[in-house]
Design a protein around this ligand. Structure first.
Ligand code: COA
Ligand code: NAP
Length: 280
């Protein structure tokens, strides 16, 4: 069997798709011929993403060219704004074949030092924002046939220090994934989630990974595959999940982490900190 991951003529919407992991996913779908919409809060991120996607060689060669990319500014915390973003994109490219919901915010902070607003802001973006995206996308999803992919994180299942907000929010994202797989399966919509490990070069990696070389070495050593991930690693899984090869996969939360979650918890600061303490 030859794998065909051609998404020509398909509409792929990546919420939070202007930087990092999600932008890597948007790039992969452009490469595979899709019409891609990206959305996030900051106009300069949206503009830069649209320009970079439009300049990709696969688009420069296609008759559709830059017209195959659409960008829109919207904050996932604003339900109506999110709805307008989908309306605009669907008016341009038609029903959504693939929805990626990956907007998130995070910072490291001990629970006892975290303000109520600090906790709320992460839950608002990661969990309530995911609901807003999924709920507002629903009328525009191709039924049957759409594939929905949420971007979760290892914190959804594995407790991590300084991550009370993100642990709680991403656990909610996993359950939202499973519930919507139950509710939407009958209409031919598959709902899954990808749980990335530490992905080098991204904002999440910069924020959560210990900055010094020794800690990084310990963090790599904690990954069974002995390397950090790349945005391509995640994008490849997204392509597969969106394709007919995953036609019987729904309600799954799939780690893409080099096996990191198996080592109960610690590809990040926590392991590095403990090992430093043990060595001292
Ligand atoms: N430590 C402790 N509290 C922090 C904090 C930190 N490093 N960063 C923000 N907060 C608190 C703020 O103090 C504020 O609470 P307060 O009003 O009680 O003082 C609350 O969080 C909201 O901060 P604010 O900066 O107003 O929120 P925002 O909506 O502008 O930004 C964030 C949201 C904080 C999540 C911001 O980091 C962000 O936009 N992140 C997106 C990118 C990202 O995190 N990517 C990685 C994905 S894994
Ligand atoms: P990132 O580059 O900061 O990506 C976050 C994206 O979401 C940006 O495009 C950002 O753009 C957008 N966004 C943030 N808040 C938003 C809001 N309120 N409304 C709309 N868009 C918003 O971070 P990343 O590290 O690549 O993370 C991407 C996803 O992977 C997240 O879901 C994260 O939890 C997950 N993840 C990352 C890692 C990792 O190692 N990096 C590991 C596990 C899981 P704007 O600022 O323009 O809004």
């Amino acid at each position: 069997m030859q794998l065909n991951l051609d998404f020509t003529g398909r509409h792929v919407f990546v919420f939070g798709g202007t930087t990092g992991i999600n932008f890597g996913i948007a790039q992969a779908f452009v490469r595979q011929g899709a019409q891609v919409s990206v959305a996030s809060r900051r106009p300069y991120n949206v503009q830069a993403a649209v320009e970079a996607l439009a300049a990709m060689p696969s688009l420069a060669r296609s008759p559709e060219g830059a017209a195959a990319v659409h960008g829109v500014c919207a904050d996932v915390r604003e339900f109506d704004e999110v709805g307008r973003a989908f309306e605009e994109a669907a008016a341009r490219f038609g029903p959504i074949d693939v929805l990626v919901s990956g907007a998130a915010g995070n910072f490291l902070c001990e629970a006892k030092a975290m303000s109520a607003n600090g906790f709320r802001v992460v839950v608002d973006i990661d969990l309530i924002g995911s609901f807003n995206v999924l709920r507002q996308a629903y009328p525009h999803l191709r039924r049957p046939g759409a594939s929905v992919i949420n971007i979760t994180a290892p914190q959804s299942a594995v407790p991590m220090r300084y991550q009370a907000h993100a642990c709680a929010a991403k656990a909610g994202v996993d359950q939202l994934t499973r519930v919507l797989a139950l509710e939407w399966g009958g209409e031919g919509v598959r709902v899954n989630a990808i749980s990335p490990g530490p992905i080098e070069g991204t904002e999440g990696f910069r924020k959560l990974m210990a900055p010094d070389a020794v800690a990084r070495e310990a963090a790599v050593a904690a990954v069974p595959l002995q390397r950090f991930g790349s945005t391509d690693d995640i994008a490849n899984l997204a392509l597969f999940l969106a394709s007919p090869y995953a036609g019987y996969v729904s309600g799954a939360v799939i780690p893409c982490d080099g096996g990191g979650a198996l080592d109960s918890v610690k590809p990040t600061l926590e392991r590095a900190g403990q090992e430093d303490a043990a060595a001292a």
